[in-house]
Ligand binder design. Structure first.
Ligand code: ADP
Length: 447
């Protein structure tokens, strides 16, 4: 690989451009008309417009992206996260055109991308899953029979869902009856796939995920966990590594479970296995994310391993250059996702011109962002505008450092979630590490 096209935007596009420059690759950014004044366009070695503002016409437009690869003489594509990052169809088109797709093979992606299929894969790898359906549910009759078997509360999920969307908690047969068709129609509209599956709703779990990597020679490593239980509406807002509740045994068990699934599907690349963990340390697999994740920096800070570099290396068919024993967790890292949303007004999106931007800095602070003063945040895409990562020798120091960083950070002209994070950081339950996925609702009174 020499020239790599980035089929993405925002902070992750910039993150990838930075890695490409450090490791000696030429970067080409594919961008939409709405993003022509964005920082990634300025920072990439070259750039090419691939279509209009609507993601459908640009970042999701496979023919436009493939043409851009060819016109700019690229030999590989980095898909980032979101958009086409987990599309087996896109990975296959790249492969057939002789373009390296920086991610797992279309075959592996097919097995882990559909959440109901991934459940079956996990079960055959001997990994515990939340009690629920095997594969997707075909009919209302099956749904009712399963519901009776498992018992309420249940969670009805779209097999192709993601980003915390396409899930509903159901408490009774009546609610199940009312939800089935609407959920299935919604899934069809939002994800292009109407398949639904059912899981027991686990009350008060923690969301803990394992970052793993596997190369084409079958070498497989765990880069340990990220704790992602601070969520609103099933979407992550703050993540940390290590998790403050995990025992060495649980870390080992979760890592082994993640690697068993990666081996089972012949996964080549970096990926994440997500689990729900109960207070009794029971764990259940929920899904695989076959891409670089938003929260990858916390793992990079505590392990010292550059995950984008690892992706590039694996895509070059090279072996992972270290062994499991080389990977150690040092210190503690926390990430706050800063969104262009009004956290005092139901997290309503708040696009617009950033009149002044002052990023935080100083010891132990990393800020991954595409913002600059005068930048116009467009309303067409995800509202993530910056990630602030605080790294320190202990959790307490990392929290204090994050508070200091958010104090320094200025984003004028729009509303952001900075105030929300300040509230989380000073919350006594958060400080103690006593929290579950319902923290935001239960401890902060936010819906
Ligand atoms: P997505 O792919 O949309 O991110 P996930 O399946 O990863 O969806 O779930 C996102 C979040 O939803 C989890 O972190 C957890 O908070 C909640 N969740 C998912 N499945 C369950 C379940 N069976 N019981 C309780 N909470 C769940």
């Amino acid at each position: 690989m020499k020239r790599i096209l980035i089929a993405n935007r925002g902070e992750i596009a910039l993150r990838i451009i930075r890695a490409l420059r450090e490791y000696g690759y030429f970067s080409v950014l594919a961008y939409s008309e709405a993003d022509k004044t964005s920082l990634p366009v300025k920072q990439a070695d070259a750039s090419i417009c691939i279509g209009p503002a609507s993601a459908k016409g640009s970042y999701l437009n496979i023919p436009a992206i493939i043409s851009a690869v060819e016109v700019t003489g690229c030999d590989a594509v980095h898909p980032g996260y979101g958009f086409l990052a987990e599309s087996p169809q896109f990975a296959r088109v790249c492969k057939d055109a002789g373009i390296t797709f920086i991610g797992p093979s279309p075959e592996a992606m097919e097995k882990v991308g559909d959440k109901s299929v991934a459940r079956s894969v996990a079960m055959s790898a001997g990994v515990p899953v939340v009690p629920g359906s095997t594969g997707f549910v075909n009919s209302k009759e099956d749904l009712f029979r399963l519901a009776k078997e498992i018992g309420f509360p249940l969670i009805l999920k779209a097999a192709a869902g993601g980003g915390g969307k396409g899930m509903r908690i159901v408490q009774s047969f009546k609610e199940l009856e009312d939800s089935f068709e609407t959920a299935s129609n919604e899934a069809k509209t939002a994800f292009g796939n109407s398949n639904l599956y059912l899981e027991k709703y686990v009350s008060e779990p923690r969301h803990i995920e394992i970052q793993f990597a596997r190369d084409k020679f079958g070498n497989c490593i765990s880069l340990f966990e990220r704790e992602c239980s601070i969520q609103r509406k099933h979407q992550k807002l703050l993540e940390e590594s290590p998790s403050c509740i995990i025992s060495p045994k649980l870390r080992k068990d979760l890592s082994e479970a993640a690697l068993a699934i990666a081996n089972q599907v012949g996964y080549v690349g970096v990926g994440t296995a997500e689990f729900l963990v109960t207070p009794e340390e029971m764990f259940y697999f929920i899904e695989i994310n076959a891409r670089i994740q938003v929260e990858h920096p916390v793992t990079e800070m505590v392990t010292g391993i550059d995950l984008v570099e690892l992706q590039l290396l694996i895509a070059e068919d090279r072996p992972i250059p270290f062994s499991q024993d080389d990977i150690k967790i040092m210190g503690h890292a926390i990430e706050c996702r800063i969104n262009a949303e009004d956290s005092r007004n139901n997290f309503r999106p708040s696009p617009g011109k950033v009149t002044q931007f002052i990023p935080p800095g100083g010891p132990g602070i990393r800020c991954d962002t595409h913002l600059y003063s005068g930048f116009d945040i467009v309303p067409y895409y995800d509202s993530l505008i910056a990630k602030v990562i605080a790294y320190a020798p202990t959790r307490e120091k990392a929290i204090n450092r994050m508070e200091r960083a958010l104090y320094e950070m200025v984003i004028d002209g729009i509303s952001t979630t900075i105030d929300f994070h300040r509230e989380v950081l000073k919350n006594a339950f958060f400080r103690k590490g006593d929290y579950y996925t319902n923290f935001v609702q239960r401890r902060m009174g936010i819906k």
